[in-house]
Ligand binder design. Structure first.
Ligand SMILES: Nc1ncnc2c1ncn2[C@@H]1O[C@H](COP(=O)(O)OP(=O)(O)OP(=O)(O)O)[C@@H](O)[C@H]1O
Ligand SMILES: [Mg+2]
Length: 288
């Protein structure tokens, strides 16, 4: 058995056999504007949830410069493309990171995930059947912008964490993303995370501006304030070190903010529909 395989099994061995797994929660981390902290948040939120005993899978849906594996200092050998092409089973593509979090690495073909052939869709569904993930939470780190792929990941997930900062362009881009998901796809529920602000008052001001615009122009949208992460120089230091913030600087203000976000996410009522990973993929692939 290779090391990755044994790590995976150790990570999943903790749940007693007769305790049923809680329903899966799928969370898209999104923003409209680039560079506002989606990937840092995805990785560290995953770690915070794992520390609270959740089994977390991150789907890296953005092949950016500082993507999930880079932030974790990991070097994935394969990507989702290898699964679609039938070259590798999911179990050999998904890698295990710190705290047992699992990562499905990004591929340059991630944009094609929503336009697969019937045969490719079947391969993925069969793989998911065989893989039997035991994740409780799936976090999807989406790309910036409002491409169809970004929209589809947002629509397939049960929760949408919209990340915004107090920069005006971040606010307008977050609003534009919410607007297109609501007006063109009837998606009504969003959770706001304010990142990279001086303090809670600044975060609440961002929330008020977005909520007022949504109330005024997009009647029917519900935007909940989930929490904030303060501006903290250790965030970029962690990126440079390729060590996740939560492990490198666990007592920093930013790490504390992320821990509170994880707590708030777990406390928020679970979405009405019970999810499972196959359901998520089927929704995603059927959107195009
Ligand atoms: N709370 C924070 N305090 C200070 N700096 C931060 C904070 N959050 C993010 N940053 C900085 O912003 C940079 C961009 O973060 P990150 O890569 O997570 O954004 P992103 O939204 O995923 O970007 P992209 O849209 O390119 O994928 C980080 O390298 C870090 O330097
Ligand atoms: Mg990113």
């Amino acid at each position: 058995m290779d090391q990755a395989q044994s790590l995976r099994e150790m990570a999943f061995a903790k749940r007693p056999r007769n305790v049923p797994a809680p329903p899966l929660r799928t969370v898209a981390v999104t923003s409209g504007k680039g560079g506002v902290g989606k990937t840092s948040l995805s990785v560290n939120l995953a770690l915070a949830l794992a520390k609270k005993g959740r089994k977390v899978l991150i789907i890296d849906a953005d092949l950016g410069l500082a993507n999930v594996d880079v932030l974790l200092g990991l070097n994935p050998a394969h990507t989702i493309n290898d699964v679609i092409a039938g070259r590798k089973p999911l179990s050999e593509v998904i890698i295990t990171g710190p705290e047992g979090i699992q990562i499905l690495p990004a591929a340059s073909g991630v944009t094609q995930l929503t336009s697969l052939s019937q045969e490719e869709k079947l391969i993925i569904m069969q793989e998911l059947e065989d893989y039997q993930t035991q994740a409780d939470v799936v976090i999807i780190d989406t790309a910036a912008g409002i491409s169809d792929t970004v929209l589809y990941f947002n629509l397939a997930a049960q929760d949408r964490l919209v990340v915004a900062t107090d920069e005006p362009t971040s606010l307008t881009d977050a609003y534009a993303l919410i607007k297109v998901l609501f007006t063109q796809h009837q998606e009504r529920s969003f959770k706001l995370v304010v990142n990279n602000v001086a303090d809670e008052a600044a975060a609440k001001a961002v929330y008020r501006k977005l909520a007022m615009a949504a109330d005024h122009f997009l009647g029917g949208v519900s935007l909940d304030y989930l929490g904030f992460v303060p501006r903290d120089p250790v965030v970029s230091r962690a990126v440079i070190m390729q060590k996740p913030l939560l492990l490198a600087f666990p007592s920093s203000a930013a790490a504390k903010g992320i821990e509170s976000l994880a707590q708030a996410l777990l406390k928020a009522p679970a979405p009405a529909e019970a999810g499972n990973i196959k359901f998520f993929w089927r929704r995603l692939m059927d959107m195009a």
